[in-house]
Design a protein around this ligand. Sequence first.
Ligand SMILES: *Cc1c(COP(=O)(O)O)cnc(C)c1O
Length: 404
Amino acid sequence: MSLPALDDGTPAQAVVDLDAISDNVRALRGHAPSSDLMAVVKADGYGHGMLPVARAALAGGARWLGVATAAEALALRAGLGATDARLLVWLLTPGAPFADLLRADVDVTAGAPWALDEIAVGARAAGQVARVHLKVDTGLSRGGVAMRDLPDVVRRAAALEASGELRVVGVFSHLACADEPGHPSIARQAAAFADALDAVASAGLRPEVRHLANSAATLTLPGLHHDVVRTGISVYGFSPGPLLGAPSDHGLRPAMTLRARLAGVKQVDAGEGVSYGHLYTTSQDTRLGLVPVGYGDGVPRQASGGSAGPGGPFAVGSGADRRVLRVAGRVCMDQLVLDLGPGARERAGDVVTLFGASDGVAHGAEVPNAQDWAEAVGTISYEIVTRLGARVPRTYLSRGVVEP
Ligand SMILES: *Cc1c(COP(=O)(O)O)cnc(C)c1O
């Protein structure tokens, strides 16, 4: 895929290749051929844009879309209109707009004992039978009904099924350490999930779908795929973590390219301190390039580079001049500096790339990916793409052409 030219005057831009999203979904369906696929599009599609990603995922064969919050679910339904896909929302708080969610044909999650009765009230208000997924905590100790509370919750759910307010259509749980192959918690959670399914069955509930696998489990744990796999980060083209290899090992490619235009290039002497705090000092007469992105755009301030360690990586130059450079000095709110080196040929207006559709420098590529940025600042690729700020315009490519 070749990227469109960056518009004149645009300081920074994220280009999202929607074909990569659709192709990643196809590849993931190949990893879980007996299961349906839920594309997780929470947090504005991991920073890529919820609606364009959702449409591209459906084009790739996703049958489900998953989001965290009620507001996301309602915006997703408003944007998509009626679809064959099912929508699921899982992170709800007391007072959530259950009636609105049911009218919007969204499946809702009961992840705590309080939820069933509020769902029932919402169902009566909407005049509909709520489609409910029970979320069980099998060992993540985050959301979900605790195993010790499950017998009471399934009894209450069965009563509300009998009285016609809701139907338990799904049972699910979430894994703590699926990105660490062989982690002992995986087998424990799988066993607890089997116990939870037994508890649900003995209460007389007959859910349509069971789901446990996130991206890591979808790629590496076929025994845990169940009826639906809930894939997030892999839809966007990333391996869930460094222990699971590069995107291309799994038939994936990153969908987002983040690039910026140099705002200026200037000659400085050896021994000059660069950016706030003078964290970085030029070691020779050199040329500095000013990049107009900073933490106000979501570039982590921890990606600063200097005496304490190398900064976040950039691909700079083309052809024989192509190289990966590290941020020189502090990342500021709106800008950062690259030491382009003595005799560098870059000029104001030239485009530099923070990350793109590649396996990343760690895997020998010339262009970093979000995983390289994650490793440079001690986080995960998820955070790098999701925190990308609203100030950075997103441009969408479909079949290699910019979407209007
Ligand atoms: C975010 C999320 C996912 C997706 O996880 P990935 O690691 O991005 O695949 C799946 N299920 C639940 C409940 C989530 O919150």
